[in-house]
Every structure is written in C-alpha cells, then in structure tokens.
Design a protein around this ligand. Structure first.
Ligand SMILES: Cc1cc2nc3c(=O)[nH]c(=O)nc-3n(C[C@H](O)[C@H](O)[C@H](O)COP(=O)(O)OP(=O)(O)OC[C@H]3O[C@@H](n4cnc5c(N)ncnc54)[C@H](O)[C@@H]3O)c2cc1C
Length: 462
C-alpha cells in the first residue's frame, strides 16, 4: 500500500494534542503542534493565578485545575497505551494510585521526552485563525493557520503557514458554562466559576453556595467546608446526590455542609440567595461548578462546524466534520471516556485516514450517520448538551477502536479497575482515593505488569 505523508498542524499540546502528534508521527506525517502556553500538558499545567478580574469567565487562564486536585482515575489504567504511568524512577514524585496533578504533568513531560515530541511542539504560539484555502492547482483543500508566536518582552509576531490538514485538540474544560439566574448580573457579592477556583483560603468564615455536585463541585464543597462557616450545595435533582455525598453530609466532621435539593431561583442585591423551593439564605459567595462549553474561536469553517447547546457538529464519530474531512478533524471532544486512551484511538484513526491506510465513508453517508446518532440520543432522552458524553461505555469504546483503526480492546482488568474506582467515588466521596480494594483479577494483572514491584517487566515503546 502506498501511504502518503501529510503536513499536519495540531492545535494544542494537552493530552489530546500530544497523542495526536505521537500517532501522526508514527504514521509518517510531518507534524507541527502549536501551543499557546509556555509548556505542554494543557489542563495539567497548573496555573495559580486566575482571578484577573473575570472570575466568571476564562480569566486569562487555560487550566481549571485547583491546587489540591488529585486524579480521580487510577494511574494503572490511564497512561498512554505504550507508556505506562509508573511512578518516577528516582523515587521522587507522588507514587499513589490517585496522585496529585503535578505527578500527571511530570508523566506527560516524560512521555514527550521518551518519544521526542518536543521537537515538533512550538510553545507560546497561539493559533488565531484556521481557515480552508480552497483547492490549489491539484484541487486539494488545504488550511491556512495564522498564529501569534511570542518572542519574549510581550512581543509577538503573527505568522501564517499552509498545512495539508489540521487537528483541533484544544480541550473542553476552559470556557465556563454558567446557569442563567435572575439577579446574577447585579449581585455585588462574590461569584466565581470553578475554572477560577484554586485554594479555599479566601472563603474563610464565609457562607458559600456551591452550585453543582459533580466531580469538581464535590471536591470543592468538601474542601471549602474546612474553612467556610457554612457550605450549601445546590443540586438540580436528588439524582445528582451520590451515596458518598450523603455520607459526607451525615458525617459533618469539619464545618457545616448542607444540601439544597433545588436550583437557585434568584440572587438578591441584599445578599439573599433564593432557591426554587422557596427557601433562602444570605450568602457571601456563590461558586458555580456547572461545567464547561466547547469553544473554537479561531476556527473559520463557514458554518460547516458549529457549537449548538454544547453539541459540536456535525461530526462523524465525534471526530470528522463530513464536509471538511479528512483534512479537518477533532481529537478530544468525547466526555467521560478513558483518557488518553480514547484520544489515542481518535488520533490513530485520523493519522491512518490522512495517510490513505484507511478511508472514510462518502460525506453524505457521514452526515447521515451523524444525524442518526443525534436522533438516537434525542429519542433516548439525552439532552443536546450531553451529545458527546460516552459515560464509560467500554463496549462502545472497544468497537470504536477496533473498527476505526484496529486499536486493541482494553484489558478486562483495566475495565474492572476503572469501574471499581467510579463506584468507590460514588459511594465514598471523602476516602475513595486512599481506601480501595482490588479483586483477584486486578491484583494478578498488577503483579504481572510490574505494578507491584515498582517497575514493568519491559517498558515497551511502540
Ligand atoms: C478540574 C479537572 C479535573 C480533571 N480530572 C481528571 C482526572 O482525574 N482524570 C482524567 O483522566 N481526566 C481528568 N480531567 C479531564 C482532563 O482535562 C482530560 O483528561 C485531558 O487532560 C484533556 O486533554 P485535552 O488535550 O483534550 O485538553 P487540554 O488539557 O485542555 O489541552 C488543550 C490545549 O490546547 C491549548 N490551546 C487552546 N487554544 C489554543 C489556541 N488557540 N492556540 C494554541 N493552543 C491552544 C491549550 O493551551 C491547552 O494546552 C479533569 C479536568 C478538569 C478540568
């Protein structure tokens, strides 16, 4: 088979962008990764400074990681497929199963070093515009990428370059998603989105309402409880309240934590927060842990790709926009998948389609498939903003990998480990990262893969 090598731009050097660079290079493409930050890692590049006068917006920060964050996924199951997430060789770092965020950043950097990825990453390079160039003499669509490359001293030069293909890998956890609440714009007390939350200290002695109770909401409420006078967690429905949260409420070991099984109806100028069930408190601060919106401000596709109520579309298999495939693709859109594994599958598929090793269906067929997928989700009662939520459906993920690019199925012991960590997080919000019990299947696999002795039997790098 005669494979072709393409000149490909990857936007973003988080986990998805680095997985893309790795797979594209493995397939023989000429890759450039453009990254606006001064380092790789995306979300895992912790940024202590955010407030920047914009605590409900992006606040000039890319990362939404807070200081105390520990992974909620077990390290044995979340590494790149050819580079296990082992603790550092020299004993430094955080060897726990659910380590702190800095340990994952260390691992990402080691991954880059192991595969020479820094050779193709341009740091401090913000992509300003990506637009199709139309067919050249050969009639093939290419892409013009305009970027601002920082030169130091706050100077930036704007450059333009033409690529055969662009992979968009800019993540999904930076642009705050906020509820519309009456009086929000006039409330003089503190409002903040979890994107801007870093440490609890400034909430000391305050009455705080935390809106939302998913992963960040849970972590932040439990942390605030240790310094605040009162923490009220407002949830849309009792379905959001896991047994683990109920236990934490019941235990009341530190400060005062209360559940409000109602959304905020309005914020009053005198500091009152009125809930939809008619109850009310006077609060000092509201912290919105209400998730994020996809955002691609640099992408100019003449309407071929839009974001509508957090559905990016149309996309064939969350990856290719039918009208612009394969030269434009997205890696990292799916939610609640095993990362980086799922992104590696997407990246390998993109790399193989670009080289000609695999082909895509005709654009009309991809469009039909995308529409059918949307219809099926709607009929199943899934709200539009959850279009890309895969909810750890391992069978679906395995089939996707096998069908798209022959990616091996995930080992059963990893599935079991991930599912037991999800169960444990649901049932024990406070202790799940330190108190876990492995089945015999998991223990045996950990032994045979070198996890219990500290080093792998062989560190295979594909
Ligand atoms: C609070 C929090 C906790 C999390 N905990 C976990 C966990 O425990 N386990 C887990 O598996 N996942 C966790 N995640 C999800 C995590 O973000 C993903 O696993 C993964 O890191 C996403 O990688 P990404 O590359 O898609 O996006 P990102 O990490 O967001 O990377 C995107 C990159 O694109 C760059 N970029 C954006 N726009 C431009 C532009 N115009 N020009 C150039 N560069 C640009 C950004 O600077 C960034 O480096 C968590 C997320 C959050 C927010």
């Amino acid at each position: 088979m005669l494979l072709s090598s393409k000149k490909v731009c990857v936007v973003g050097a988080g986990v998805a962008g680095l997985a893309s660079a790795h797979e594209l290079r493995r397939e023989g493409h000429d890759v450039t990764v453009m990254e606006q930050s001064s380092g790789v890692g995306g979300q895992w590049l912790y940024d202590p400074a955010t407030d920047a006068g914009d605590p409900l917006g992006v606040a000039g920060a890319q990362s939404s990681i807070y200081a105390s964050l520990r992974l909620n996924t077990p390290r044995e199951a979340v590494g790149f497929s050819d580079f296990p997430f082992f603790p550092a060789n020299d004993g430094t770092g955080d060897a726990r199963r659910y380590p702190c965020h800095g340990e994952f950043l260390r691992y990402i950097r080691d991954f880059c070093d192991a595969f020479g990825l820094m050779d193709v990453v341009r740091l401090n390079t913000k992509v300003l515009n990506v637009a199709p160039r139309g067919g050249g003499d050969d009639g093939v669509m290419r892409w013009t990428v305009r970027c601002a490359a920082e030169q130091g001293d706050d100077e930036a030069t704007v450059e333009e370059e033409v690529f055969d293909a662009v992979v968009v890998a800019v993540g999904q956890y930076t642009q705050p998603r906020l509820p519309a609440i009456n009086g929000m714009d006039k409330w003089r007390r503190r409002q903040m989105h979890s994107h801007s939350y870093r440490v609890p200290d400034s909430f000391s002695g305050e009455v705080v309402v935390v809106v939302g109770c998913h992963e960040s909401g849970k972590d932040i409420a439990l942390e605030l409880r240790e310094v605040a006078r009162e923490v009220h967690v407002s949830v849309k429905s009792m379905d959001d309240v896991t047994p683990g949260i109920s236990k934490a409420l019941f235990a009341q070991r530190f400060g005062w934590l209360a559940l409000r099984a109602a959304q905020i109806d309005r914020l009053c100028e005198d500091g009152r927060v009125v809930f939809a069930d008619g109850s009310c408190i006077v609060a000092d601060a509201v912290v919105y842990c209400t998730g994020y919106n996809y955002s691609f401000p640099f992408l100019d596709t003449a309407g071929h790709v839009t974001v509508d109520d957090n559905r990016v579309g149309p996309l064939f298999e969350h990856t290719f926009p039918p009208a612009l495939a394969p030269s434009l693709s997205f890696v990292g859109i799916p939610k609640l998948v095993v990362v980086p594994r799922f992104f590696e599958v997407q990246a390998r598929w993109v790399a193989q389609v670009l080289s000609g090793r695999r082909s895509l269906p005709a654009p009309e067929e991809m469009m039909r498939a995308a529409e059918e997928y949307h219809r099926a989700r709607e009929m199943a009662g899934v709200p539009k903003h959850q279009t890309h939520r895969i909810a750890f459906d391992f069978e679906l993920c395995d089939e996707f990998g096998e069908n798209c690019c022959g990616f091996p199925r995930m080992e059963e012991w990893k599935k079991e480990l991930i599912l037991s960590s999800i169960r444990s997080s649901r049932d024990n919000a406070e202790s799940c990262r330190d108190d876990y019990h492995d089945s015999e299947l998991v223990r045996e696999a950990l032994r045979s893969h070198g996890w219990l002795t500290g080093r792998p039997p062989q560190h295979d790098r594909g």
